[in-house]
Structure formats: structure tokens, C-alpha cells
Design a binder for this molecule. Structure first.
Ligand code: PBG
Length: 337
């Protein structure tokens, strides 16, 4: 039989475009899909009544009082979003961040409010001190070599106390973000001893010191009053393997889920963690700066927000994150429906 290769005919044998001509074929071979069930919406809560204060640097995001938080939570629940992560802005800040572990603290009240308004939503709490301390750092301060810096071990006991108070308020999961050495172990120990051995912990394991957090610090009023966070958050230029060490340590200390943060500029890290720890649920935080950049460009008519946001989130998922924390969570649920 006269077997002629397609190449002899002068035509390309393989045509990648055959996979693209038909919208049905494109959909058929798609492997990365976004779903509200894998998204977590960050929310900012402040004291007061009937407050929905726009956050200047994050169009579409607000500081909410408890009554408004309840509405927002109901909406998120109806849209099928997995959960919310709560950030509190207390009435008073002090050196120890004591509002963060007080039963009547802003975040404890917020947890109870969301659980009551939207019982199907998972309520995560960010376990950290920067929103609660007068100096804006993520723990207690101490002086070392004439410089103020965050004291690691004294902060651990307080982190445990904070996590337990979140659990007592009804949180479904705690998410420590302060990058203190031993924080996961200390929190796990405190939770277990307080009767919360069943409560899962998502660790911000690979959290980089990043300018992408700029708008968040405006939203949460948590900018450090002096210095920066480079003695505890990771250096973006460090060996990528450092992220794997952080993840490994947190898993050994009892973390159930792992987070990489920020997301977009760290897709390589997401991929590395996915490949090295394939069985561990992996989250990525699509942070404030990633959101605000798109919002600003879209407001100028330079990009299409919806297309770009979906493309970014798809890339984060394709890199290996199955869970995404994103300010677009509600929009995505609407866009996809
Ligand atoms: C710390 C915390 C921060 C973010 C989440 N948790 C800020 C920081 O480390 O300075 C940033 C999230 C974002 O930028 O969207 N409590």
C-alpha cells in the first residue's frame, strides 16, 4: 500500500490549531477549572454600626461593621464560596495586641456573627498580631543589638492564646501568618490542650516579604510603624528551596494545609511545593497588590478586569494551588454562573 506521510504532502502532520477551532473542543480538553467551592474571600471587620467603609487602594473592598459583615457573609454563602478569612481592625491597639486574644475582641465577634448569619461558610481566622499592635509588627518586640525586633519565642505563647480564642468563638480553621519559628507547633499544642484537636490549621508557610501587601496594610491599618518585616518574612531572592524547608517544618509541626503567598509572582514556588508535597492541600493567596494593580489598570481602560482576573486565577490553579484566597471570590462566582 502506498503509505504517504502527511509531510510528503507538504502539509503539517500535526496541527495544534485542530484543538482550538471549535469552542466545544477547547472546553473538552480544558483541565484547569475555577470553582467557587475552592475560593476563600478575605474580609476586614471593624467596630461600629452600619459601616461599609470603602478601602481606597482596593476598589470594591470594604471595612465592615458586624451588621454589614453578616450581609456580606450571607451573600458569599449564597454564591457558593467555600469560606471567608477574617481580619480585624480593633478599636484600640497596644504593645501586645491584646484585642487579638480577647473574647470580646473584634475578630471573635466577627467569627460569631458569620457563623450565625451563614452557617455553611467556613470561617478562617488569620492568626497574627500586626493588625492589633500599636507598632504594627507581627509579635512582641524586644531589643537586639540596639534595634527593636520581633521576639520569636515570647510571641509563640500569645499566638497559641489567640488561636484558642478564635476556636472558642467558633472558627472552623486557623491560619497563622506571622512567620514566627515554631508557630505552627505552638498553636497546635495550645489548640489540642484546649479541646480543639479536631480543628484544622492552614499555615502561611511560604510567605514572602512583599510590596504586593501594600494595599492590605492600608485596608487592615497594619503597616509597621518602623522598619519592615524582613527579619521574619522570606526574602524573594532566597533559594526557592527555602520555601520547601518552611513547608516541611510546618508539616512536621502539624499543619494540615499549606499556603504560598503572594501568588502571581511566586508561581514557581507553588509548583515546587505541589511537586514536592503532592498529598498536601495547597492554597495560594492572591494578595491585595495583585488585585489593586488590575483594578487600577481596568479603571483606566487598559485591561479587561474580568478576563484578566480569571486568567490570573487560572494560572495560580494550574501552577498547583487547589485553594485560592482572593478578593475576587464573589465576582468569580458570578462570572462563572
Ligand atoms: C498578616 C497578613 C498580611 C496579609 C495577610 N495576612 C500582611 C502582611 O504580612 O503585612 C496580606 C494580604 C494581602 O496583601 O492581601 N496578618
Amino acid at each position: 500500500m502506498n503509505q504517504r506521510s502527511a509531510a510528503d504532502s507538504g502539509f503539517p502532520t500535526t496541527r495544534m490549531r485542530r484543538l482550538r477551532y471549535n469552542a466545544g473542543v477547547r472546553a473538552l480538553i480544558r483541565e484547569t477549572t475555577l470553582a467557587p467551592a475552592n475560593l476563600i474571600l478575605p474580609l476586614f471587620v471593624r467596630p461600629g454600626k452600619n459601616i461599609k467603609q470603602p478601602i481606597g487602594s482596593m476598589p470594591g473592598q470594604f471595612q465592615l461593621s458586624l451588621d454589614q459583615l453578616a450581609k456580606e457573609a450571607k451573600e458569599a454563602e449564597q454564591l457558593g464560596i467555600a469560606g471567608v478569612i477574617l481580619f480585624g481592625i480593633p478599636a484600640e491597639k497596644d504593645l501586645q495586641g491584646s484585642d487579638s486574644y480577647c473574647d470580646q475582641g473584634i475578630v471573635q465577634q466577627a467569627v460569631r456573627t458569620v457563623k450565625e448569619a451563614a452557617p455553611k461558610l467556613l470561617v478562617l481566622t488569620d492568626v497574627c498580631f500586626c493588625e492589633y499592635t500599636s507598632h504594627g509588627h507581627c509579635g512582641l518586640l524586644e531589643e537586639r543589638n540596639g534595634q527593636q525586633d520581633v521576639a520569636n519565642d515570647p510571641t509563640l505563647a500569645l499566638l497559641g492564646k489567640q488561636a484558642v480564642s478564635h476556636a472558642q468563638a467558633g472558627a472552623d480553621m486557623v491560619a497563622p501568618s506571622g512567620m514566627m519559628d515554631g508557630m505552627v507547633g505552638a498553636i497546635r499544642y495550645a489548640l489540642d490542650h484546649a479541646g480543639f484537636s479536631h480543628l484544622p490549621l492552614m499555615s502561611y508557610a511560604a510567605k514572602y516579604s512583599s510590596a504586593f501587601y501594600g494595599p492590605f496594610r492600608d485596608a487592615a491599618e497594619s503597616a509597621p510603624q518602623f522598619g519592615d518585616r524582613r527579619t521574619y518574612q522570606m526574602d524573594p531572592a532566597a533559594a526557592a528551596g527555602q520555601a520547601l524547608r518552611e513547608v516541611e517544618l510546618d508539616l512536621r509541626e502539624g499543619a494540615d494545609m499549606i499556603m504560598v503567598k503572594p501568588a502571581l509572582a511566586y508561581l514557581d514556588i507553588i509548583r515546587d511545593v505541589r511537586e514536592n508535597f503532592p498529598g498536601v492541600p495547597l492554597a495560594a493567596y492572591n494578595v491585595s497588590g495583585e488585585y489593586s494593580l488590575v483594578k487600577a489598570a481596568a479603571a483606566n481602560g487598559w485591561v479587561d478586569e474580568r478576563t484578566l482576573a480569571l486568567e490570573m486565577l487560572t494560572a495560580i490553579k494550574r501552577a498547583g494551588a487547589s485553594i485560592i484566597l482572593t478578593y475576587w471570590a464573589k465576582d468569580v462566582a458570578r462570572w462563572l454562573s
